[in-house]
Each structure stands twice: as structure tokens, then as C-alpha cells.
Design a protein around this ligand. Structure first.
Ligand code: NAD
Ligand code: ZN
Ligand code: ZN
Length: 360
């Protein structure tokens, strides 16, 4: 018997989201039914409802979630009813060409549930293969990572997307290490997590760049040592001044705009690294003199999900949080109900929140 539960649906491009009763199947082989406890509102959910990801409406939104395993399907090992888990969108397959070469964080064939959740008999597309703005959701077993249940769900869930993307952009993709200088462009949830990741990794100078003074204030609370309001000053110049005229070792772009990517590119020291974690839209283009790409040397990288391995990183980050060494509470600007997701999108657009988190 399928479960009838409430979920937040984007029915068509640009239309406000609505709560609908959806049908969630019992877990089949390799699947897990999750009793969702909390799910953060991420910019990517808004991208889905704006049709910027694909046209496979209707979407069941939500993907930054924590909850309890309610039931496991046939053949699932390592998870049992009652386990506290964070959901992830990188259930490593172990067999694709990237996994076989020992690079599972790039897995090209990650798992999702095989059975479909439905609305009025029509198959739903769950956001990032998760769909967790719902009382229950169905995922592949590898999408649920067990962590210490002492962590609050509204905080733990954030590790499942934006916070992991930012922490990992610094620690995994950018390989920030002791003594590095870092600049982070865009101080939303992802950028602030990149700031925090840089601090944890031992960076001595962490420069936050944003056009919103409130965001810059918040960035300091996560560990920024300097802030630059790029609506007022040229951030490339300002970063050079702070770094003895040299530029930073690692520049992280956490917005997804050509202008800020260029700023990141030029604010680097020789042989430095640029990390793009912000997601551009398909129309955006950048133009750079090729000699600058060659002459500056170093590395230009993109960070998919912070190059994370959920099974390795989620339990470790939750442990650091519980030890007071990782600040996660500060990301939660407000907790809301399932019926407040549309309003949370508007608050995000107005820059009023880092994360609104739905509590179920
Ligand atoms: N790579 C990944 O795996 C991954 C995962 C999650 C999110 N993301 C992406 O990361 C990006 C950031 O997400 P978020 O949730 O932090 O978004 P957000 O909207 O909360 O934050 C964006 C920040 O950028 C600032 N900003 C906007 N324009 C600017 C400009 N011209 N110069 C300087 N600052 C500017 C805003 O004031 C805001 O503080 C999004 O593109 C999101 O889709 C990527
Ligand atoms: Zn793989
Ligand atoms: Zn997300």
C-alpha cells in the first residue's frame, strides 16, 4: 500500500508552489522510506520551479533534508527503521568509470529510488532525486547517510546540500590548507560555508565579498577576516591591497555570475586556484584573454557538491558540530511549515535569510 502524504509541488514553470497530496510507494529492493523531519530551502529548489534545471514538471521540491528511516526495502544493509539520516544526492554507484578509477566523489551514475512517487497518477520528478518537502519520501539506500542522532534535524539537513557544497568547495575542491589566503565571492549559505571551511582548514586570511552589507556582517560570524562590499569598491584591487599586492591562493565563486567569476579569476595570486561552486544559467558566457589563463598559471576548477563523499563526510561534520568546532546553527535563519516554502523563496530573493528550514 502506498502512503498518501503532503508534499510541495511545482506544477509548471514560474507558478507558485502548492501543497498537494502525493503517493509514496513502500520501499522496493534497494530503497528506503524516509520520515522527513526537516528540509532546508535551497536556491536550487527555486531554479527547479523556474524551469532553469529542466522541463520535467511536476517537481516534488526539497533536497536538503534529515529524517528517520521508516522502512527499508529488500536487500538493504547498514540501515534500519529508526536510524537518523541525512539525505544526499550522491549515492555512489561503485561501478562507473569514475568510481572504478578511485574517484567516487565524481561518480557519474549515482543512484535514486527506482519506483516513482506520484501526484494524481502522474509521475513526479523529485528535486535532485530526493523530493523532501514532503512528510515521507522514497530514496535509494545510498542516498541516506546515518549520522549521530543528537544533532537537531534542522541543522543536520543542511549538510545534505548547500553547507556541504560550500565546505567542500574550500576543503576538497580548493584544497585550502594551513597558511592559505582565500577570497569568497557571494556570502549566502554556500559562500558562508566556504568561509567556514576555509577557517577549519587553517586559512589565515579569509576575504568575504558581497554587495549586501548584512551578508558581509554575517560572513564575519563564520570566520571572514576581511569584508569587501563590491558594489562600492573594485574587489580585485581591494583583495590585492589586503594580500600585499599579490592576490589570494584560492578564490571561490559562490554566486554563478560571469562578472564575479572574472573577479575571482583576477583576484588570485600566481599559480592560485579558482573554484566555481555557484551555478550559472545556460546562457551565461565569459571571455578571458588566453594569455592571462596561461600566464597566471594555477588551476581553474568546478565544485560539484563540494566533491563530497557523504559516507565519509556527513558523520564527520556532524561530529565536529556536536563538539562545537563547526558552526551550523547560524545558517538556520528561521524554521517554517510546509505551507511557507513559496514565501521562503521570496525571502531568499530579497536576501533576508541564509536558510529557511521546513520542520515536519
Ligand atoms: N555546486 C554545487 O554543488 C552547489 C550546491 C548548492 C548550491 N549551489 C549554488 O551556489 C550558489 C549560491 O547558493 P546560495 O544558497 O548561497 O545562494 P544565495 O542567493 O543565498 O547567496 C548568493 C549571495 O551572492 C550575493 N551576490 C549576488 N550578486 C552578487 C554580485 N554581483 N557580487 C557579489 N555578491 C553578489 C548575494 O547578495 C548573496 O549573498 C547558487 O548558484 C546555487 O545554485 C551550488
Ligand atoms: Zn560511480
Ligand atoms: Zn541545494
Amino acid at each position: 500500500m502506498a502512503h498518501q502524504v503532503k508534499g510541495v509541488i511545482a506544477k509548471s514553470k514560474g507558478d507558485p508552489v502548492a501543497i498537494e497530496t502525493i503517493e509514496v510507494p513502500n520501499p522496493g529492493p534497494g530503497e528506503v522510506l524516509i520520515d522527513v523531519k526537516a528540509c532546508g530551502v535551497c536556491h536550487t529548489d527555486l531554479h527547479y520551479r523556474e524551469g532553469a534545471i529542466n522541463d520535467e514538471f511536476p517537481f516534488l521540491l526539497g533536497h536538503e533534508a534529515a529524517g528517520l528511516v521508516e522502512e527499508v526495502g529488500e536487500g538493504v544493509t547498514g540501515l534500519a527503521a529508526g536510524d537518523f539520516v541525512i539525505l544526499n544526492w550522491r549515492a555512489v554507484c561503485g561501478h562507473c568509470r569514475s568510481c572504478r578509477r578511485g574517484r567516487p566523489w565524481n561518480c557519474f551514475s549515482t543512484h535514486n529510488a527506482t519506483q516513482k512517487m506520484k501526484l494524481d497518477g502522474k509521475e513526479l520528478s523529485p528535486a535532485l532525486g530526493i523530493g523532501a518537502f514532503a512528510e515521507k519520501t522514497l530514496v535509494a539506500a545510498g542516498q541516506a547517510t546515518k549520522v549521530n542522532p543528537e544533532a537537531k534535524p534542522e541543522v543536520a539537513g543542511l549538510i545534505g546540500c548547500g553547507v556541504m557544497a560550500g565546505l567542500g568547495a574550500a576543503m576538497n575542491t580548493g584544497q585550502v590548507s594551513r597558511g592559505d589566503s582565500v577570497a569568497v565571492f557571494g556570502c549566502g549559505g554556500v559562500g558562508d560555508a566556504a568561509i567556514e571551511g576555509s577557517r577549519l582548514a587553517g586559512a589565515h586570511t579569509i576575504i568575504a565579498v558581497d554587495i549586501d552589507p548584512t551578508k558581509l556582517e554575517w560572513a564575519k560570524e563564520f570566520g571572514a577576516t576581511h569584508t569587501i562590499d563590491s558594489s562600492k569598491v573594485d574587489p580585485v584591487e581591494a583583495i590585492r591591497e589586503i594580500t600585499d599586492g599579490n592576490g589570494v591562493d584560492v578564490a571561490i565563486e559562490a554566486i554563478g555570475l560571469p562578472i564575479t567569476y572574472e573577479q575571482a579569476f583576477y583576484s588570485r595570486d600566481l599559480a592560485g586556484t579558482v573554484v566555481l561552486v555557484g551555478v550559472p544559467n545556460p546562457e551565461m558566457k565569459i571571455e578571458l584573454p588566453m594569455i592571462e589563463i596561461f600566464g597566471r598559471g594555477g588551476t581553474l576548477k568546478s565544485s560539484w557538491y563540494g566533491d563530497c563523499l557523504p559516507s565519509r563526510d556527513f558523520p564527520m561534520l556532524i561530529d565536529l558540530y556536536l563538539q562545537g568546532r563547526l558552526e551550523l546553527d547560524r545558517f538556520v535563519s528561521e524554521t517554517i511549515g510546509l505551507d511557507e516554502v513559496e514565501e521562503a523563496f521570496h525571502k531568499m530573493e530579497r536576501g533576508e535569510v541564509l536558510r529557511s528550514v521546513v520542520i515536519l
